[in-house]
Design a protein around this ligand. Structure first.
Ligand code: 5AD
Ligand code: SF4
Length: 450
């Protein structure tokens, strides 16, 4: 049997795409491996969001080239493919920079992989495929593999029409496209039958979801989740990533009304300064965001919030940065991601005068100190509580299992290895910086309990 190694960078949408690429190659006789040394084909599923992410790909390609050359000397071969957003954004340049690459395939065209592989096998040089429409891809993909992880991903929406001035996504992933409701319900039913207990609905702008419903109307994300809630055996739903502008009333209400919807929301704000938000083309002000948070907490009091922040966006003054700090203090986040602004070629903000790197570093450090303290405080508040944990995988220690709390915290429990794929009540006994340690209380019987 031939083997493929898919290495995934970046966001959860790439994790989903990587799984679908693996499904796509199975009928061609490819099993999977997680070592390039054992693989006949390596696919790098890449991320272009910040410069660092894109540069990692080229250094990995350098290593793969040496492996490919060694393979050729011993009479073997190695096929190298670059997929994902670097493939989309840089296309032909990738082959120019690293001629060992055989295939370049964009996120909207990876359903054509079998054809591209056949072309390479026939010795037809490099194959490049970065065409758009997303519709075709989802129709062309085969059904998912037979076994699903306890916590699975499902891409419901792709692309973005927001054009934040720092972001490459509208260029690499294209215009917004929402998959039809019936297709998604069927895919969700299949992954639940294959063992998933939790599904995270994915989209670059997931709460802008407007998919065609069985009644011919455009359904919102809230309506889609209500339909998915009816799937027996599915215990938990999540969705990510959302834009504040698309946090509609019915979606806020869903956090009150849908038992299966977990009390965690990733709602990036990027900055707390109206001036910077305007320059970022975020289409909302800080106050709008704060009011949203109030309304979401009124719907679901215990909701844990997370956000993304960018420091050192062009023009960001000390006062602008202080406004971000003030917003963070007002909200109180359970978790957050923060980044130094990275100028991306082709995006509007890349042409503006840049903030010096030492200023960015200092701001990032200050922000991460504050966000880390908030995360610690949130985790500490969980000590002694009993939480429903969905066990996902074995832990580092023997007989240990790791799962997730409703608030997405990793929870380690000794002696729980037999509970993988199940939801159990766990008493939180110790709090670490990025995870919790708990003791098994009892297993939940009913599938609908979260
Ligand atoms: N520089 C730094 N961070 C960025 N992000 C997106 N584009 C950039 C950029 N050019 C961050 C945003 C986004 C997250 C996925 O990555 O915070 O929400
Ligand atoms: Fe990028 Fe803004 Fe679209 Fe998010 S909403 S994907 S940050 S352009």
């Amino acid at each position: 049997m031939r083997k493929v190694f898919v290495k995934t960078y970046g966001c959860q949408m790439n994790v989903y795409d990587s799984a679908r690429m693996t499904d796509l190659l199975a009928p061609l006789g490819y099993g999977t491996t997680d070592r390039a040394e054992d693989a006949d084909m390596v696919i790098l599923n890449t991320c272009h969001i910040r410069e660092k992410a894109a540069e990692k790909v080229y250094s990995e390609l350098g290593k793969l080239r040496r492996l490919k050359e060694a393979r050729a000397r011993s009479g073997g071969s190695l096929m190298i493919a670059v997929a994902g957003c670097v493939a989309q954004a840089e296309g032909r340049e990738i082959v120019a920079r690293q001629p060992a690459v055989d295939i370049v395939v964009g996120p909207q065209s990876y359903h054509r992989l079998p054809e591209l592989i056949a072309r390479i096998a026939r010795g037809a040089g490099h194959a490049l495929e970065t065409d758009f429409p997303a519709e075709e891809k989802f129709d062309a993909l085969p059904d998912e593999g037979m076994s699903a992880a306890p916590a699975a991903f499902l891409t419901v929406q792709e692309g973005c029409d927001k054009f934040c001035t720092f972001c490459v996504v509208p260029y690499t992933r294209g215009a917004e496209y929402s998959r039809p409701v019936t297709q998604l319900v069927q895919e969700a039913e299949r992954v639940v039958r294959a063992g998933a207990r939790e599904i995270t609905l994915l989209g670059q702008n997931v709460n802008a979801y407007r998919g065609q419903g069985p009644d011919g109307e455009a359904w919102s994300l809230a309506r889609l989740m209500e339909a998915l809630s009816g799937i027996e055996g599915l215990a938990r739903l999540r969705y990510t990533t959302s834009h504040p502008r698309d946090m509609s009333d019915d979606l806020i209400a869903a956090h009150r009304d849908l038992d299966k919807l977990m009390p965690y929301l990733h709602l990036p704000v990027q900055s707390g300064s109206d001036r910077v938000l305007e320059a970022m083309n975020r289409q909302h002000k800080a106050d709008h965001y704060l009011r949203l948070v109030e309304r979401i907490r009124a719907a679901r009091a215990d909701i844990a919030l997370s956000s993304d922040f960018i420091v050192g966006f062009p023009g960001e003054s000390d006062a602008d940065f202080d406004a971000t700090v003030a917003l963070i203090r007002r909200v109180g986040y359970a978790q957050s991601f923060s980044f130094k602004y990275s100028a991306r070629p082709g995006t509007p903000a890349a042409a503006a005068r840049q903030i010096p790197d030492d200023v960015k570093d200092a701001r990032l450090q200050a922000l991460q100190g504050l966000l880390g303290a908030q995360q610690d405080a949130f985790n500490a508040s969980c000590a002694g509580k009993v939480m429903a944990v969905l066990f996902e995988k074995p832990g580092r220690q023997a007989a240990q299992a790791v799962g997730r709390s409703p608030y997405l915290q990793p929870v380690h429990v000794d002696g729980a290895a037999g509970l993988i794929g199940r939801i159990a009540d766990v008493r939180i006994e110790a709090v670490m910086s990025n995870s919790l340690k708990g003791a098994f209380v009892h297993q939940r019987e009913k599938a609908h309990l979260n």
